[in-house]
Design a protein around this ligand. Structure first.
Ligand SMILES: [Zn+2]
Ligand SMILES: [Zn+2]
Length: 138
């Protein structure tokens, strides 16, 4: 195939296409793009919706002996709590609370941390209530 032939082929494609066909093709492109955008939007929206309505929160692994603040990183276990209450750093220690029995699912938010689309007031958005506080040794 020569360059001349390729050029001729291209020219024919342009001239043979009826305006109505061009319009139809453009519409098809638009429909396809709209479907694609809708698909992408659903992909983005689904996890957000699930997070608020269906997904349970990760169970904390540490619990402050003073303020009850929940932690999700065992690396901070047995270290001083980093929470700041009224400009004073909490004096508590992040006690290890990694047992399933250490936490009760919050009955108000079913462990989602959300109640009526706001941070759950019962568990402060943690989703779990620490239940074995008495056993924690500092
Ligand atoms: Zn604390
Ligand atoms: Zn709750």
């Amino acid at each position: 195939m020569t360059e001349e032939m390729l050029g001729g082929q291209h020219h024919n494609d342009e001239s043979d296409t009826e305006p109505s066909v061009k319009k139809a093709l453009a519409t098809a492109d638009l429909v396809r793009d709209t479907a694609l955008i809708r698909h992408l939007l659903e992909q983005v929206a689904a996890p957000i919706r699930a997070y608020h309505e269906f997904m349970k929160r990760e169970r904390p692994v540490t619990c402050c002996s003073e303020c009850g603040g929940a932690g999700y990183n065992l690396a901070v276990a047995n270290r001083r709590c980093s929470k700041i209450n009224s400009e004073q750093r909490c004096n508590g220690t992040n006690a290890i609370a990694k047992e399933i029995s250490d936490w009760d699912e919050c009955a108000l938010c079913q462990a989602t941390g959300y109640h009526r689309n706001k941070e759950c007031p019962n568990c402060k958005g943690v989703g779990y209530i620490f239940v074995t506080r008495d056993k924690v040794t500092v």
